[in-house]
Design a protein around this ligand. Structure first.
Ligand SMILES: [Zn+2]
Ligand SMILES: [Zn+2]
Length: 558
């Protein structure tokens, strides 16, 4: 009894102390001084110090001014010779897909520079597997690996005679499987194709040839990979990697973990904040909450991701003029005299806008080709009322989007997110093999999007490309391909603009610009500390920049 009374007293005293400390609104918990603070405010101002209390920025300014607010319990963090920036915001990634593919065998052109090395590694890895065990490999890519011959089912049967084998291309729009894999998932030559550019490749005799086009046809195979065993651990590792790459918020554009798991993974407050867009598929639609108001600063479902066209590397991007035709486009499975086509008619797209936008859900529309972008714009133009225009509907990837299309965005409240590293990784192939120089010089007009005030962002679409903010920004600034050629150099943006695409503009697209994206009073203290000042450090050295620490709401996360 006495013991309980004692602990009650302790409780009361500590509660009083707690209340006193809460009443103190001016004493910072943390002050950052000694280095540069790139605020990314309206004027891209550079400041000397920042004070944080209860996870929120309470002062930004000159060293002495900020330091004068310190009390004995304020922790001073010395960032001498380093640069504090707002945490990066990843506008369009697929962390669940990255987690799913984390343990697959690597076949990517980022790792291998010859097709011999790639196939020999696959064979060695298969030897270490149990008979009958599923084998998943990822990253096969005829653009990045010269002389690659795309595999037939026969070749894959010879490589993996005793195991089901499933291979995913780097672009994640093409797939291959051997006989055993087709058998396991119950697909044979008579299985109907899902359509809309998604199909099972056939030989002249009508037998399966091993090729699978687009995600719908591949879904039964990918389901095998999604066995929940270990997925949540791999997802957590993916979030750790994103955080260590300087990201404090990540938009997951489909292929999501079920909300209760995603929420659990980001709930310890030291992982990046997650904003999910739900794929417009039967399975993911089950995750869609009843109300637009859901979640919290760490995890929320924002809206829906839908596909209007596909990929330039499978011929599913919808163009107004034909793709080029050559050896590489043959390998990619792009037919001759082919323009690609939109997956949705105008009417179907308008129905989707009506169903979801009118309920207040933000839409993120995958749209790459000029034809697709024109149709998506038309759908929004006829459907959006004044309420819909406030939702900040997004165009995803925007490979070929015209200036005149972008000129209409602001009035309709639309915003683009650019898949900028198409230039770096595939720029040479776009010029020489896929769309030709004239169109390739027009890709990804980021500068024009800035000029129209559209809050453009850049994304890696991981696991397609590595989620590396410096690489994305560098490409938007230099417009350089892997071989050092430039594409559309007139669309190069400044370093300051580049940093905005990865911070404040991302916050705006996620409807969080009041809380995130810049270092200003009243915002959450999500910071990334760099060992170099981005505004001064030469961009050809950016791969050497180190991320030294990340804070989420003032908590040191790493
Ligand atoms: Zn997409
Ligand atoms: Zn994507």
């Amino acid at each position: 009894m006495r013991k309980i009374m004692f602990s009650n007293k302790v409780y009361i005293v500590s509660t009083i102390l707690f209340l006193i400390s809460c009443a103190d609104t001016s004493t910072p918990d943390l002050i950052f001084i000694g280095g540069k603070v790139l605020t990314v405010d309206q004027n891209n101002s550079i400041q000397e110090a920042v004070a944080v209390k209860d996870g929120v920025i309470i002062k930004v300014g000159k060293r002495e001014e900020v330091l004068s607010t310190a009390k004995s319990r304020t922790k001073i963090i010395d960032i001498t010779n380093r640069t504090l920036i707002p945490g990066f915001i990843a506008a369009h990634e697929h962390p669940t897909l990255a987690a799913i593919f984390a343990d697959t065998i690597d076949m990517s052109g980022f790792t291998f520079d010859s097709s011999e090395a790639m196939w020999s590694n696959l064979k060695t890895q298969i030897k270490n597997k149990e008979k009958g065990e599923w084998i998943f490999a990822m990253g096969i890519d005829p653009v990045l690996i010269p002389n690659l011959v795309m595999p037939s089912k026969k070749k894959l049967d010879a490589i993996a005679p005793d195991n089901p084998l499933f291979i995913v291309s780097q672009t994640m729009h093409s797939f291959w499987a051997n006989s055993s894999a087709f058998e396991k998932v119950g697909i044979n030559k008579d299985t109907p194709d899902p359509g809309l550019g998604s199909y099972y490749g056939k030989t002249d005799k009508g037998e399966l040839n091993g090729f699978i086009s687009e995600a719908t046809a591949a879904a039964p195979f990918v389901d095998e990979l999604k066995s929940p065993f270990g997925l949540i651990d791999r997802y957590q590792n993916t979030l750790d990697d994103l955080r260590k790459s300087g990201f404090t918020s990540v938009a997951s554009l489909g292929f999501n973990l079920p909300p209760f798991l995603a929420k659990y993974a980001s709930s310890n407050n030291l992982e990046p904040r997650i904003r999910q867009f739900i794929y417009l598929t039967k399975q993911e639609l089950e995750y869609l909450p009843d109300a637009v108001e859901n979640g919290d600063d760490y995890y929320t479902i924002l809206g829906l991701k839908l596909w209007h066209d596909g990929s330039p590397y499978t011929g599913t991007m919808a163009l107004s003029e034909n793709y080029l035709s050559n050896e590489l486009t043959d390998k990619m499975g792009i037919p001759k005299n082919h323009k690609g086509e939109s997956r949705l008619s105008l009417k179907e797209f308008e129905d989707q806008i009506e169903t979801y936008s009118e309920k207040g859900w933000q839409l993120a529309v995958h749209s790459q080709g000029d034809q697709s972008n024109r149709e998506v714009l038309k759908g929004f133009d006829t459907m959006l009322d004044s309420k819909g225009k406030l939702l900040r509907h997004r165009f995803e990837h925007c490979l070929l989007i015209s200036h005149s299309a972008l000129s209409k965005f602001k009035l309709l409240g639309l915003t683009p997110s650019f898949h900028i590293n198409h230039i770096y990784y595939y720029g040479d192939a776009l010029v020489e093999n896929i769309i030709g120089d004239e169109r390739a010089q027009l890709v990804l007009p980021v500068k024009t999007a800035f000029e129209y005030g559209l809050h453009p962002t850049l994304h890696a679409d991981s696991p397609m490309f590595p989620t590396d903010a410096f690489s994305l920004m560098k490409t938007a600034i230099s417009r350089q391909t892997r071989t050092g050629k430039t594409l559309g150099i007139g669309q190069a943006i400044t370093v300051q603009q580049a940093l905005r695409t990865m911070t404040i503009n991302g916050a705006w697209q996620l409807h969080m610009e009041d809380k995130l994206g810049s270092i200003e009073v009243g915002k959450l203290a999500d910071f990334t500390l760099l060992n170099q000042n981005l505004y001064e450090y030469p961009i050809d050295q950016w791969d050497k920049i180190k991320i030294e620490q990340v804070w989420l709401a003032g908590n040191a996360a790493w």
